[in-house]
Each structure stands twice: as structure tokens, then as C-alpha cells.
Write a protein that binds this ligand. Structure first.
Ligand SMILES: [Zn+2]
Length: 75
């Protein structure tokens, strides 16, 4: 599997904020605890954002379903 690094900070501030807030932590078993130190990459065509849970510090990953579909961000 090939992992391709992307630049999370190229996203606009609003996107960044929502990705950092909308998380699922496997360790805490809770949503929206937030993450820090985000790293964005693409793996087999899927965009992933990986960071650390703000509560417990464990690794959390957000998977973006479809990057080409911008509709939810427009209007
Ligand atoms: Zn956690």
C-alpha cells in the first residue's frame, strides 16, 4: 500500500477546524473529542487525516469519503 503525504494546512481554516473537531477516538470510545498534530495523507485513493486524541493522546484517524465532492462546502 502506498502512502502519499498531503498538506493538511493547505485546507482553509474552516475545513481544518471541522476536521480537528469531528473525530472518533477508539480508545475513549467517544466522538468529537478533537485531535491535535494532524497529518494528512492519501492511501489507496482514500484521504486520511491522522492526529492525536486531545483527551488521551492515542492516535485517531478520520477518513474522507470523497474528496472530489465539494458540494457540502458550497452553499
Ligand atoms: Zn481518546
Amino acid at each position: 500500500m502506498e502512502r502519499q503525504e498531503r498538506d493538511f494546512y493547505q485546507r482553509d481554516a474552516e475545513d481544518q477546524a471541522s476536521f480537528l473537531e469531528q473525530t472518533w477516538c477508539n480508545n475513549c470510545q467517544q466522538v468529537d473529542l478533537g485531535m491535535k498534530d494532524p497529518v494528512e495523507y492519501e492511501l489507496d485513493g482514500v484521504i486520511m487525516i491522522e492526529g492525536k486524541c486531545k483527551k488521551c493522546g492515542e492516535s485517531v484517524t478520520t477518513e474522507l469519503a470523497d474528496e472530489d465532492d465539494d458540494s457540502e462546502w458550497i452553499d
